[in-house]
Design a protein around this ligand. Structure first.
Ligand code: PMP
Length: 310
């Protein structure tokens, strides 16, 4: 039976239950201090094959374990446990649509911000298009936020933990307050970092350019996907530090992430990017990306995992 979103089944501490029955104590460190690490795993429905494909599970789970290690929580689950939980819970809901699956390791119990255990997990499928507005736009008018991206010397942007999203939040709230769709963060050195839930790319003279992984960005899976797809099409890619003024003079720009996919940036601080329209290379990469995630590109078949039985 396919459940409504309000009554969807989630995987919670080893059981598959109605989302309304999943309870976490208000005093648990995850509730009080955002002490959790998580992944948002995209799953795409392939209509012709009547199959749902989970995208780059291996890379998502490697990052989840790296985040748990860096924030020092004791994870008892293995990558096989992660995969089984995701497959079981999506099957339990019988979803045949695009999803983002939230897979979260959280510190439960009655400890404090310093606690390392008990670590528990939930896995919740979220039908797409129902999260933040900026994830559903065709093109984005951005500002450079006055807040700086967190750095590896304070709280590393490499860790995908709930608490890190408070930095994303202040930038996003400032952008919305001032009439923009979203923002671009500079890092502590004043160089371009990333968006609140996405990575930044620009195009200049046919070359695709993105900040380095050491410029205060998340080790984004979509960023890596874009780089690999572009290289396979012989489109030159450069990872280098980007100046703020390059945002205003580039030919094309886009933000990308598992939720955002590839979304064109039309303007930054009211400077038009190119002609203020969707760029040619941006569009091409987006179409390629949509084929890859749906399992329609043979070169990248090893990135997808079928959720339903073959
Ligand atoms: N940067 C930040 C700050 C993010 O929150 C996200 C979303 N996870 C991304 C980049 C994109 O990462 P991914 O491609 O792995 O979804």
């Amino acid at each position: 039976m396919k459940y409504t979103v309000e009554n969807r089944r989630i995987w919670f501490k080893g059981e598959i239950i109605n989302v309304n029955d999943a309870k976490i104590n208000v005093l648990a460190p995850t509730a009080q201090f955002g002490l959790n690490v998580f992944e948002g795993i995209p799953c795409y429905w392939n209509e012709e094959e009547a199959q749902l494909y989970a995208f780059r599970l291996d890379e998502h789970y490697d990052r989840l374990l790296r985040s748990a290690k860096l924030i020092q929580i004791d994870c008892k689950y293995t990558k096989d446990d992660f995969t089984k939980a995701l497959i079981d819970v999506v099957r339990a809901n019988e979803y045949d649509e695009n999803l983002s699956v939230r897979q979260t390791l959280f510190v439960d119990g009655f400890g404090s911000w310093g606690s390392a255990d008990p670590v528990e997990m939930f896995v919740a499928p979220i039908p797409r298009g129902r999260t933040s507005a900026e994830y559903n736009k065709k093109g984005l008018n951005c500002c450079v936020t006055s807040w700086r991206r967190i750095s590896d010397e304070t709280l590393s942007p490499r860790i995908k933990c709930g608490a890190n999203y408070m930095n994303s939040r202040v930038g996003q709230r400032e952008a919305l307050r001032n009439g923009y769709d979203t923002c671009i963060f500079l890092n502590e050195l004043g160089k371009v970092a990333e968006g609140p839930g996405s990575c930044f790319f620009m195009v200049k003279d046919g070359v695709i350019i993105t900040p380095k992984l050491t410029d205060s960005v998340l080790e984004s899976i979509t960023r890596d996907t874009v780089i690999q797809i572009a290289k396979s099409e012989n489109i030159p890619v450069v990872e280098r530090t980007i100046d703020r003024t390059e945002l205003y003079t580039c030919d094309e720009a886009f933000l990308c992430g598992s939720a955002m996919e590839i979304t064109p940036v039309l303007s930054v601080d009211k400077y038009l990017v190119g002609k203020g329209e969707v760029g040619v290379l941006t569009k091409r990469l987006h179409l390629l990306y949509l084929d890859v995630v749906r399992g329609k590109n043979k070169k990248f078949k090893n990135w997808i995992t079928p959720v339903y039985r073959l």
